[in-house]
Ligand binder design. Structure first.
Ligand code: PLP
Length: 397
C-alpha cells in the first residue's frame, strides 16, 4: 500500500528550470562538460563583505529565532531602500522577510486569495507563478502576449481577461523569462485598469536593479496614488546581491496583509535563517558598488548574447532590457531536424540540444509560450561563447 498524494500536490508541476538544471547536473556527474544556461542564478559568489557579515553574525552568536516575520533591522533596511530608490514610504511593520522571494509569493497568494478567485498572469510567465497560485486554490488566467510587442500585456488584453471573479494581477517587471521591461506609461495604463476594476496586484520586482541602457525602472505602487494599498511588492536578495543560496526574500504590502503574512509564516516556517538575514542586512546597508559591477557584467553578456542570436540563421529575440534572460524564437527550426533528430516543439529542442551538444536551456512551453527557448546569461562569457557555438551548430549554422 502506498500513501496517497493530495489532490492539490498531484496537480502540481515541478519546476521545469530546476528539472533542466538537474538533467545538466546528471550529465556533469557522468563526467561530461555541460554548458548550462538553464538556471537564473548569477555565477558570482556573494560579495566578500556580505559573507564577512554572516561570519561576524555567527561569531556574535546570532543563532536564535528572530521575529517570525524577520529581523526588525532588516525590515527597516528594506523599507529605507524602497524609500531611497523609489521615494515610496513603508513603515518597517509592512515588510515581511521570507525564505526567498518564492516563499514571499506563496505567502502573498495564500494570504489574499480564496478558492475560485482569478489571477491574471501575462504569458510568458515565470515557471512557478501558475503553480503557486493553484496551490492557494485560486485560478491562474493566462493572457498571451506577442514577441512583436516585447511580450508585454496591452491594456486591451488585460481588460478582456477580467471577469467578475478576477481579484489580482500578477506582474513580473523586468520579466523572467523574456528580459523585457514595461515603461512607466505602459504600467500606468495597467494601473488605471487595476484601480477602475478594484483589483489588487502582486508586483514581482526581483530584477529591479538589473536594468540596462540607463532605462528607468518604475516600481508599481509609485504609479498612481492609492496603489500602495492595492499592491504587494515582492523582491529579495537572490539576484541583486548574488545570494540565491541564502534564501532571503521580502514583501512590502498594506499593513493588514503584512500582519497576516507574518502570522502565516509563524505557523509554516518561522523566521528565515538568522545568519542569512544578517547577511542580507549587510547587503542592503553596505556598499552598493558590487551591484553596479555585477550589473555591468550582465550588460556586457547581454550584448554578446544579442549579437550571437542575431547571427544565427532562423533565431530572433525581443530586445533584452532587464533581468538576465534571452527568450529566443526557435519556430523556424521546429518541424525540422536540428542535429540528428527531428524536433517539433521547444521541449524536444532543449532535450536534444542537451543530449547532442551538452548545452542546457529551458523550453518556452514551461513558461506558457511554445516556440521559444530561454537562455540565462547569468553564466560567464566563456560558457556563453561555447553554448552559443553549440546552439549554432545544433541548428545547422
Ligand atoms: C521572477 C522571479 N521571482 C522570484 C524568484 C525567486 O527568487 P528567490 O526565491 O531565490 O528569492 C525568481 C527566481 O528565479 C524569479 O525569477
Amino acid at each position: 500500500m502506498s500513501i496517497a498524494i493530495s489532490r492539490i500536490v498531484q496537480g502540481l508541476e515541478p519546476s521545469a528550470t530546476l528539472a533542466m538544471s538537474a538533467k545538466a547536473k546528471e550529465l556533469k556527474a557522468q563526467g561530461k562538460t555541460v554548458y548550462d544556461l538553464s538556471v537564473g542564478e548569477p555565477d558570482f559568489i556573494t560579495p566578500q563583505h556580505i559573507r564577512d557579515a554572516a561570519a561576524a553574525a555567527m561569531k556574535a552568536g546570532h543563532t536564535k529565532y528572530t521575529l517570525a516575520s524577520g529581523l526588525p533591522e532588516l525590515k527597516k533596511a528594506v523599507a529605507d531602500k524602497y524609500k531611497a530608490d523609489y521615494g515610496i514610504e513603508y513603515p518597517a511593520a509592512q515588510v515581511v522577510i521570507s525564505n526567498g522571494a518564492k516563499h514571499s509569493l506563496h505567502n502573498a497568494f495564500f494570504t489574499t486569495l480564496n478558492p475560485g478567485d482569478e489571477v491574471i498572469i501575462p504569458a510568458p510567465y515565470w515557471v512557478s507563478y501558475a503553480e503557486l497560485v493553484k496551490l492557494s486554490g485560486a485560478v491562474p488566467v493566462i493572457v498571451p502576449t506577442e514577441e512583436s510587442q516585447g511580450f508585454k500585456m496591452t491594456a486591451a488584453a488585460f481588460e478582456r481577461a477580467i471577469t467578475a471573479k478576477t481579484r489580482m494581477l500578477l506582474l513580473c517587471n523586468p520579466s523572467n523569462p523574456t528580459g523585457t521591461m514595461y515603461s512607466r506609461s505602459e504600467l500606468e495604463m495597467l494601473a488605471d485598469i487595476v484601480i477602475a476594476k478594484n483589483l489588487f496586484v502582486v508586483a514581482d520586482e526581483i530584477y529591479d536593479t538589473l536594468v540596462y541602457d540607463n532605462r528607468q525602472f518604475a516600481s508599481f505602487p509609485t504609479l498612481r496614488s492609492g496603489l500602495q494599498d492595492r499592491t504587494i511588492v515582492v523582491n529579495g536578495a537572490s539576484k541583486t546581491y548574488a545570494m540565491t543560496g541564502w534564501r532571503v526574500g521580502w514583501t512590502l504590502s498594506p499593513a493588514n496583509v503584512a500582519q497576516k503574512m507574518g502570522g502565516l509564516q509563524s505557523q509554516e516556517t518561522s523566521n528565515p535563517c538568522s545568519i542569512s538575514q544578517y547577511a542580507a542586512l549587510a547587503a542592503i546597508t553596505g556598499p552598493q558598488n558590487c551591484v553596479a559591477e555585477m550589473s555591468a557584467a550582465f550588460a556586457q553578456r547581454r550584448d554578446y548574447v544579442a549579437k550571437r542570436i542575431a547571427e544565427i540563421e532562423g533565431l530572433s529575440c525581443a530586445e533584452m532590457q532587464g533581468a538576465f534572460y534571452a527568450f529566443f524564437n526557435v519556430k523556424k527550426h521546429l518541424g525540422r531536424k536540428p542535429g540528428s533528430v527531428s524536433v517539433t516543439n521547444s521541449e524536444q529542442f532543449c532535450l536534444e540540444l542537451l543530449t547532442q551538444k551538452q548545452t542546457a536551456a529551458v523550453m518556452g512551453s514551461a513558461f506558457g509560450c511554445e516556440g521559444y527557448v530561454r537562455a540565462s546569461f547569468a553564466a560567464g562569457l566563456d560558457v556563453l561563447k561555447e553554448a552559443f557555438d553549440r546552439i549554432a551548430e545544433f541548428v545547422g549554422n
